[in-house]
Ligand binder design. Structure first.
Ligand code: COA
Length: 257
Protein backbone atom coordinates (compact mmCIF):
# COMPACT_ATOMS: atom_id res chain seq x y z
CA UNK A 1 0.00 0.00 0.00
CA UNK A 2 1.41 3.41 -1.02
CA UNK A 3 0.70 6.40 1.17
CA UNK A 4 1.57 10.06 0.71
CA UNK A 5 2.28 11.06 4.31
CA UNK A 6 3.53 7.89 5.99
CA UNK A 7 6.08 5.25 5.02
CA UNK A 8 5.40 1.62 5.80
CA UNK A 9 8.06 -1.07 6.13
CA UNK A 10 8.40 -4.63 7.44
CA UNK A 11 11.42 -6.03 9.27
CA UNK A 12 10.52 -9.67 9.85
CA UNK A 13 7.61 -9.80 12.26
CA UNK A 14 7.94 -6.08 13.05
CA UNK A 15 6.01 -3.43 11.15
CA UNK A 16 7.47 0.07 10.98
CA UNK A 17 5.39 3.15 10.28
CA UNK A 18 7.28 6.42 9.71
CA UNK A 19 5.48 9.76 9.69
CA UNK A 20 6.69 11.52 6.57
CA UNK A 21 5.98 15.25 6.28
CA UNK A 22 9.50 16.45 7.11
CA UNK A 23 9.04 19.97 5.74
CA UNK A 24 6.45 20.74 8.42
CA UNK A 25 8.06 18.62 11.15
CA UNK A 26 5.52 15.82 10.55
CA UNK A 27 2.60 18.08 11.47
CA UNK A 28 -0.42 15.82 11.85
CA UNK A 29 -2.82 16.85 9.09
CA UNK A 30 -6.15 15.00 8.82
CA UNK A 31 -4.77 13.21 5.73
CA UNK A 32 -1.71 12.00 7.67
CA UNK A 33 -3.81 10.78 10.58
CA UNK A 34 -6.14 8.95 8.18
CA UNK A 35 -3.18 7.22 6.51
CA UNK A 36 -1.57 6.38 9.85
CA UNK A 37 -4.79 4.91 11.13
CA UNK A 38 -5.20 2.87 7.92
CA UNK A 39 -1.59 1.60 8.03
CA UNK A 40 -2.06 0.49 11.64
CA UNK A 41 -5.37 -1.21 10.82
CA UNK A 42 -3.59 -3.22 8.10
CA UNK A 43 -0.79 -4.26 10.45
CA UNK A 44 -3.37 -5.19 13.07
CA UNK A 45 -5.08 -7.48 10.56
CA UNK A 46 -1.82 -9.10 9.34
CA UNK A 47 -1.06 -12.18 11.50
CA UNK A 48 2.64 -12.25 10.55
CA UNK A 49 3.14 -8.77 12.01
CA UNK A 50 3.39 -9.19 15.77
CA UNK A 51 4.62 -5.78 16.94
CA UNK A 52 4.89 -2.32 15.39
CA UNK A 53 7.27 0.62 15.73
CA UNK A 54 5.91 4.10 15.13
CA UNK A 55 8.46 6.82 14.43
CA UNK A 56 8.96 10.18 12.78
CA UNK A 57 12.47 9.30 11.65
CA UNK A 58 15.84 10.68 12.73
CA UNK A 59 15.02 14.37 13.36
CA UNK A 60 11.49 14.85 14.63
CA UNK A 61 8.59 12.73 15.85
CA UNK A 62 5.74 15.18 15.19
CA UNK A 63 5.26 18.87 16.02
CA UNK A 64 1.54 18.47 16.63
CA UNK A 65 -1.67 19.00 14.74
CA UNK A 66 -1.32 21.01 11.54
CA UNK A 67 -1.81 24.61 12.73
CA UNK A 68 -2.19 25.90 9.16
CA UNK A 69 -5.04 23.49 8.61
CA UNK A 70 -6.73 24.28 11.96
CA UNK A 71 -6.36 28.01 12.36
CA UNK A 72 -9.61 29.17 10.73
CA UNK A 73 -11.81 26.20 11.63
CA UNK A 74 -14.91 26.40 13.78
CA UNK A 75 -16.09 23.93 16.40
CA UNK A 76 -18.70 22.26 14.22
CA UNK A 77 -16.15 21.60 11.48
CA UNK A 78 -13.78 20.13 14.05
CA UNK A 79 -16.58 17.92 15.34
CA UNK A 80 -17.63 16.77 11.88
CA UNK A 81 -14.14 15.76 10.83
CA UNK A 82 -14.22 12.94 13.39
CA UNK A 83 -10.57 13.14 14.30
CA UNK A 84 -11.52 11.62 17.61
CA UNK A 85 -12.66 8.44 15.89
CA UNK A 86 -9.34 8.10 14.08
CA UNK A 87 -7.33 8.70 17.25
CA UNK A 88 -9.48 6.09 19.00
CA UNK A 89 -8.61 3.52 16.35
CA UNK A 90 -4.91 4.22 16.85
CA UNK A 91 -5.25 3.92 20.63
CA UNK A 92 -7.16 0.65 20.15
CA UNK A 93 -4.35 -1.00 18.14
CA UNK A 94 -4.22 -4.50 19.56
CA UNK A 95 -0.52 -5.44 19.15
CA UNK A 96 2.47 -3.96 20.97
CA UNK A 97 3.08 -0.46 19.59
CA UNK A 98 6.44 1.12 20.34
CA UNK A 99 7.10 4.82 19.77
CA UNK A 100 10.63 5.65 18.62
CA UNK A 101 10.90 9.37 19.36
CA UNK A 102 13.64 11.72 18.19
CA UNK A 103 13.30 15.49 18.45
CA UNK A 104 9.96 17.18 19.04
CA UNK A 105 6.92 15.18 20.12
CA UNK A 106 4.59 18.11 20.71
CA UNK A 107 0.84 18.51 20.96
CA UNK A 108 -0.81 15.71 18.97
CA UNK A 109 2.68 14.27 18.40
CA UNK A 110 3.15 13.85 22.13
CA UNK A 111 -0.38 12.48 22.48
CA UNK A 112 0.39 9.97 19.73
CA UNK A 113 3.48 8.81 21.64
CA UNK A 114 1.33 8.53 24.78
CA UNK A 115 -1.07 6.22 22.90
CA UNK A 116 1.81 3.79 22.31
CA UNK A 117 2.70 1.00 24.74
CA UNK A 118 6.40 1.70 25.15
CA UNK A 119 8.48 4.76 24.31
CA UNK A 120 12.11 4.65 23.19
CA UNK A 121 13.40 8.22 23.34
CA UNK A 122 16.40 9.47 21.45
CA UNK A 123 18.50 11.89 23.49
CA UNK A 124 17.13 14.74 21.33
CA UNK A 125 13.49 13.96 22.22
CA UNK A 126 11.27 16.70 23.67
CA UNK A 127 7.78 15.84 24.92
CA UNK A 128 5.20 18.55 25.52
CA UNK A 129 1.74 20.04 25.13
CA UNK A 130 2.26 23.58 23.81
CA UNK A 131 -1.41 24.02 22.78
CA UNK A 132 -1.89 26.50 25.64
CA UNK A 133 0.41 28.89 23.75
CA UNK A 134 -2.08 28.84 20.85
CA UNK A 135 -5.09 29.59 23.03
CA UNK A 136 -6.38 26.02 23.09
CA UNK A 137 -5.76 22.83 25.08
CA UNK A 138 -4.72 19.31 24.17
CA UNK A 139 -7.50 17.48 22.31
CA UNK A 140 -6.25 13.92 21.83
CA UNK A 141 -5.58 12.77 25.35
CA UNK A 142 -2.90 15.15 26.65
CA UNK A 143 -4.86 16.28 29.71
CA UNK A 144 -5.84 12.67 30.52
CA UNK A 145 -2.84 10.48 29.71
CA UNK A 146 -0.20 12.76 31.26
CA UNK A 147 -1.76 12.64 34.77
CA UNK A 148 -2.30 8.89 34.49
CA UNK A 149 1.38 8.52 33.59
CA UNK A 150 3.22 11.10 35.69
CA UNK A 151 0.67 12.36 38.23
CA UNK A 152 -1.28 15.59 38.59
CA UNK A 153 1.44 18.14 39.27
CA UNK A 154 3.75 17.38 36.38
CA UNK A 155 0.68 17.05 34.13
CA UNK A 156 -0.38 20.56 35.20
CA UNK A 157 3.11 21.88 34.51
CA UNK A 158 3.03 20.36 31.02
CA UNK A 159 -0.52 21.32 30.07
CA UNK A 160 -0.65 24.77 31.69
CA UNK A 161 2.95 25.84 31.15
CA UNK A 162 3.36 24.56 27.61
CA UNK A 163 7.13 23.95 27.88
CA UNK A 164 8.38 20.51 26.85
CA UNK A 165 10.44 18.08 28.94
CA UNK A 166 13.70 16.54 27.79
CA UNK A 167 14.22 12.85 27.03
CA UNK A 168 16.11 12.42 30.29
CA UNK A 169 13.32 13.99 32.36
CA UNK A 170 10.74 11.90 30.50
CA UNK A 171 12.76 8.83 31.50
CA UNK A 172 12.89 9.93 35.14
CA UNK A 173 9.13 10.54 35.07
CA UNK A 174 8.47 7.03 33.76
CA UNK A 175 7.23 8.27 30.40
CA UNK A 176 10.12 6.93 28.35
CA UNK A 177 11.29 3.33 28.79
CA UNK A 178 14.80 4.07 27.53
CA UNK A 179 16.92 6.99 26.39
CA UNK A 180 19.39 6.17 23.64
CA UNK A 181 21.58 8.14 21.21
CA UNK A 182 19.30 9.59 18.53
CA UNK A 183 21.13 7.74 15.74
CA UNK A 184 19.98 4.37 17.10
CA UNK A 185 16.48 5.17 18.41
CA UNK A 186 14.61 3.40 15.62
CA UNK A 187 16.99 0.40 15.63
CA UNK A 188 16.64 -0.03 19.39
CA UNK A 189 12.84 0.20 19.09
CA UNK A 190 12.82 -2.39 16.29
CA UNK A 191 15.02 -4.74 18.36
CA UNK A 192 12.68 -4.31 21.31
CA UNK A 193 9.67 -4.97 19.07
CA UNK A 194 11.38 -8.07 17.62
CA UNK A 195 11.83 -9.48 21.12
CA UNK A 196 8.14 -8.88 21.90
CA UNK A 197 7.23 -10.41 18.53
CA UNK A 198 8.63 -13.75 19.74
CA UNK A 199 6.08 -13.97 22.55
CA UNK A 200 2.67 -15.60 22.28
CA UNK A 201 0.51 -13.15 20.29
CA UNK A 202 -2.78 -13.79 22.09
CA UNK A 203 -1.07 -13.43 25.49
CA UNK A 204 0.54 -10.17 24.31
CA UNK A 205 -2.80 -8.86 23.23
CA UNK A 206 -4.50 -9.72 26.50
CA UNK A 207 -1.57 -8.42 28.57
CA UNK A 208 -1.84 -5.09 26.73
CA UNK A 209 -5.60 -4.99 27.14
CA UNK A 210 -5.35 -5.82 30.85
CA UNK A 211 -2.73 -3.15 31.58
CA UNK A 212 -4.77 -0.56 29.67
CA UNK A 213 -7.85 -1.51 31.68
CA UNK A 214 -5.90 -0.65 34.85
CA UNK A 215 -6.11 2.98 33.72
CA UNK A 216 -9.87 2.79 33.25
CA UNK A 217 -11.27 0.63 36.03
CA UNK A 218 -11.40 0.36 39.83
CA UNK A 219 -8.98 -2.28 41.17
CA UNK A 220 -11.58 -5.01 41.81
CA UNK A 221 -12.95 -4.70 38.26
CA UNK A 222 -9.47 -4.55 36.77
CA UNK A 223 -8.51 -7.69 38.67
CA UNK A 224 -11.63 -9.41 37.32
CA UNK A 225 -10.63 -8.49 33.75
CA UNK A 226 -7.13 -9.81 34.36
CA UNK A 227 -8.42 -13.07 35.86
CA UNK A 228 -10.77 -13.73 32.93
CA UNK A 229 -8.00 -13.03 30.44
CA UNK A 230 -5.69 -15.33 32.43
CA UNK A 231 -8.23 -18.18 32.36
CA UNK A 232 -8.95 -17.60 28.68
CA UNK A 233 -5.29 -18.13 27.77
CA UNK A 234 -5.53 -21.72 29.03
CA UNK A 235 -7.73 -22.34 25.98
CA UNK A 236 -4.87 -21.46 23.60
CA UNK A 237 -2.43 -23.83 21.91
CA UNK A 238 0.31 -21.34 22.75
CA UNK A 239 -0.22 -21.86 26.49
CA UNK A 240 0.25 -25.63 26.06
CA UNK A 241 3.26 -25.05 23.81
CA UNK A 242 4.83 -22.48 26.18
CA UNK A 243 4.56 -24.72 29.23
CA UNK A 244 5.60 -27.90 27.40
CA UNK A 245 8.61 -26.10 25.89
CA UNK A 246 9.66 -24.96 29.37
CA UNK A 247 9.41 -28.51 30.74
CA UNK A 248 11.25 -29.95 27.72
CA UNK A 249 13.94 -27.24 28.02
CA UNK A 250 13.47 -25.92 24.48
CA UNK A 251 12.40 -22.62 22.94
CA UNK A 252 8.65 -22.30 22.47
CA UNK A 253 7.23 -21.89 18.97
CA UNK A 254 4.19 -19.68 19.36
CA UNK A 255 1.58 -19.62 16.60
CA UNK A 256 -0.98 -17.14 17.82
CA UNK A 257 -3.61 -19.82 18.38
N1 COA B 1 1.63 22.73 12.14
C1 COA B 1 1.97 23.21 10.92
N2 COA B 1 3.22 23.54 10.57
C2 COA B 1 4.19 23.36 11.48
C3 COA B 1 3.93 22.86 12.76
C4 COA B 1 2.58 22.54 13.08
N3 COA B 1 2.23 22.03 14.28
N4 COA B 1 5.09 22.80 13.46
C5 COA B 1 6.04 23.24 12.62
N5 COA B 1 5.50 23.58 11.42
C6 COA B 1 6.20 24.11 10.25
C7 COA B 1 6.64 25.55 10.43
O1 COA B 1 5.56 26.43 10.14
C8 COA B 1 7.76 25.64 9.45
O2 COA B 1 7.24 25.78 8.15
P1 COA B 1 7.92 26.87 7.12
O3 COA B 1 9.31 26.32 6.87
O4 COA B 1 7.03 26.79 5.92
O5 COA B 1 7.93 28.16 7.84
C9 COA B 1 8.41 24.25 9.51
O6 COA B 1 7.41 23.40 10.06
C10 COA B 1 9.64 24.21 10.41
O7 COA B 1 9.27 24.73 11.68
P2 COA B 1 10.06 25.91 12.43
O8 COA B 1 9.12 26.56 13.40
O9 COA B 1 10.72 26.80 11.43
O10 COA B 1 11.17 25.05 13.18
P3 COA B 1 11.92 25.40 14.55
O11 COA B 1 12.98 24.36 14.67
O12 COA B 1 12.31 26.84 14.55
O13 COA B 1 10.83 25.23 15.71
C11 COA B 1 9.07 24.07 16.88
C12 COA B 1 10.31 23.94 15.96
C13 COA B 1 8.48 22.66 17.00
C14 COA B 1 9.46 24.60 18.26
C15 COA B 1 8.06 25.02 16.23
O14 COA B 1 7.87 24.63 14.86
C16 COA B 1 6.71 24.99 16.88
O15 COA B 1 6.52 25.58 17.92
N6 COA B 1 5.71 24.31 16.26
C17 COA B 1 4.36 24.25 16.74
C18 COA B 1 4.23 23.28 17.91
C19 COA B 1 2.79 23.29 18.44
O16 COA B 1 2.29 24.28 18.92
N7 COA B 1 2.13 22.13 18.36
C20 COA B 1 0.79 21.96 18.84
C21 COA B 1 -0.19 22.21 17.75
S1 COA B 1 -1.89 22.10 18.31
Amino acid sequence: MQYEHVLVDRQGAVGVVTLNRPKVLNALSPALIAELSDALDRFDAEPDVRAVVLTGGPRVFAAGADIGDMSERGPVEQLQRDQTGRWARIAAFSKPLIAAVNGYALGGGCELALMCDLIVAGDTARFGQPEINLGIIAGAGGTQRWPRTVGKYVAMEINLGGAPVTAQRAYQLGLANKVVPAEVTVDVAVQLAARLAEKAPVALRLAKESVNQALELPLSEGLAVERKNFYFLFATEDQKEGMRAFLEKRKAQFKGR
